[in-house]
Design a protein around this ligand. Structure first.
Ligand code: HSE
Length: 311
């Protein structure tokens, strides 16, 4: 028997213009799983946190990740999972991706690392599909690999790790309202008008160029979303008004984090990020909504092994 304790971080997906193709890892918060492999087959999952999660093992995102790992490797075993720390589901900071990424990483560690980074992301995407009804890796890839990831293509999976400018601070606010990714995806139109597509791909190019050149002003200018935000901002009380207040602090951008309801701002100074975080908190309080605020410097850390033992 072998046991591992693994961590995978929260993440911000989309980064404004990169719907389903860009995301970054947040260092401060994430999921912790303990996973034990023994002989036999089957999956058991115990939730030791106070966060409510599905009781049926088939409804937990961890299960399809484990199954995909066994399918891809031809290996087998009984896997016992204990969820020790959990990001609140529906928060918009990659809760399902953190569990999925931790499960994929943990499985790989338990079985002496047969899978490549790309293959682990493919496993983690099974969890994302269960949670949201779609195979997207813009949370799962940064949760596994850390940093800022561009998914250039899905067939086959082609991921590019983008540089993180030295002065890249995010304030992320998670208001205590739940917006399921499934619901936030189901309201999006199936087609994008040419005018919006032109604006979107111009911005994706600008964002990538800004990251490579370390031009935070360009990054902020490019973080505009014509595809999802116009439909999703209705779930976030006072979204437009909040953005005006945040931009007035000198922040370069404010966007929905993933499918929401979390929002994040970007700035090149920690003080400005703190100021933006406070304004976001006050904004939601004024709407009677509690929230958690994180001010983070984006780093390259992704999923990691915290402990392991052979039993
Ligand atoms: N790209 C996904 C979406 C991320 O926006 O639906 C979900 O967190």
């Amino acid at each position: 028997m072998k046991k591992v304790r693994v961590f995978a971080p929260a993440s911000i997906a989309n980064l404004g213009c990169g719907f389903d193709i860009m995301g970054l890892a947040l260092d401060e918060v994430g999921d912790i799983l303990e996973m034990t492999a023994s002989e036999g087959d089957g999956i058991t999952i115990t939730n030791k946190t106070s966060v409510p999660l599905p009781e049926n093992v088939e409804d937990n995102v961890i299960t399809p990740v484990i199954r995909k790992f066994f399918e891809m490797t031809g290996l087998s075993g009984h896997i016992d999972v204990t969820i020790c720390q959990k990001i609140y589901p529906g928060s918009g900071i990659g809760s399902s991706a953190a569990s999925s990424a931790a499960a994929a990483y943990g499985m790989n560690e338990l079985y002496d690392c047969p899978l490549s980074d790309e293959e682990m992301v493919i496993c983690a995407m099974e969890g994302e599909n269960l949670a949201s009804g779609g195979y997207h890796a813009d949370n799962a890839a940064p949760a596994l690999l850390g940093g800022i990831i561009l998914i250039r293509g899905y067939e086959p999976l082609d991921m590019i790790q983008l540089p993180i400018p030295g002065n890249f601070y995010c304030a992320v606010v998670h208001p205590e309202i739940v917006v399921s990714t499934k619901a936030a995806r189901s309201i999006l139109p199936k087609a994008v008008p040419m005018h919006d597509a032109i604006s979107q791909w111009g911005n994706v190019g600008g964002l990538v160029a800004g990251l490579y050149s370390g031009n935070i002003g360009l990054v902020g200018r490019a973080m505009k979303d014509a595809v999802a935000e116009p439909y999703r901002k209705q779930f976030i009380p006072g979204f437009d008004e909040l953005r005006e207040k945040i931009l007035a602090t000198g922040s370069m951008a404010m966007n929905i984090s993933g499918s929401g309801p979390s929002v994040f701002s970007l700035s090149d100074k920690r003080e400005i990020a703190h100021k933006a975080g406070k304004i976001m908190k006050d904004h939601f309080s004024a709407h009677g909504i509690n929230c958690d605020v994180y001010v983070v410097k984006v780093t390259n850390k992704g999923a990691k092994l915290l402990a392991h033992e052979v039993l």
